[in-house]
Design a protein around this ligand. Structure first.
Ligand code: HEC
Ligand code: HEC
Length: 142
């Protein structure tokens, strides 16, 4: 049972890792979009209410969210629009995610060493809605 679970997990990880490589492709602006200021740089974010990150750190951080929640797409939290509109707050999950970001910051601030110990993954572990109890079929502790 355990070995089976592990191999399912490994497979899941492999799928996740390959998805990670695909995400940048999906996130690229359309070919004919006008490229501004130095080789297709994104416009600076205009609707950050809780994050302090800027520039090149933002998208890698967004990717950690997609992974923590089990390989969801960007439009799990962002409105699905073409061209993408990441500044929009239309998708209610985005506001939930803001709340989560603040909550994780508050939890981390309570650790005595002041370091980051709790991330989205700490709770979510690849699930948009973290489990409260072990799955019923889980074998009893040995
Ligand atoms: C779990 C939810 C979630 C997922 C998934 C997610 N984002 Fe975000 N994203 C947010 C939140 C929340 C903010 C706003 C943060 C704030 O207010 O400080 C944001 C902000 C942004 C912004 C800044 C927009 C602006 O102009 O203010 C960009 C760009 C962005 N996300 C891109 C992405 C991309 C690309 C992906 C997929 C790789 C992605 N996001 C996946 C939650 C998410
Ligand atoms: C302390 C544990 C914890 C941490 C840390 C945490 N979450 Fe959550 N998150 C939860 C729980 C529990 C739920 C489900 C709440 C519910 O059932 O209403 C949830 C729900 C969500 C949802 C809504 C999912 C849905 O489909 O309804 C989003 C989006 C989300 N979290 C994003 C994040 C992001 C992004 C981070 C990291 C910045 C994060 N969470 C960190 C515990 C956590």
């Amino acid at each position: 049972m355990r070995a089976y679970r592990r191999s399912v997990y490994d497979l899941g990880m492999r799928v996740l890792v390959s998805l990670l490589f695909l995400i940048p492709l999906c996130a690229q602006p359309p070919q004919d979009a006008p490229k501004k200021g130095g080789g297709g740089q994104r416009q600076p974010p205009k609707n950050l209410k809780v994050l302090k990150v800027q520039g090149p750190e933002l998208i890698p951080l967004m990717r950690t969210y997609t992974v923590a929640l089990g390989g969801v797409k960007c439009d799990y939290c962002h409105v699905a629009a073409q061209p993408p509109d990441f500044a929009s707050d239309e998708n209610p999950k985005k506001e939930i995610a803001r709340h989560m970001i603040t909550m994780a910051q508050e939890i981390n601030a309570r650790f005595p060493d002041g370091k980051e110990h709790v991330t989205c993954y700490t709770c979510h572990r690849g699930d948009p809605i973290p489990k409260m109890v072990p799955a019923p079929a889980a074998p009893a502790a040995q």
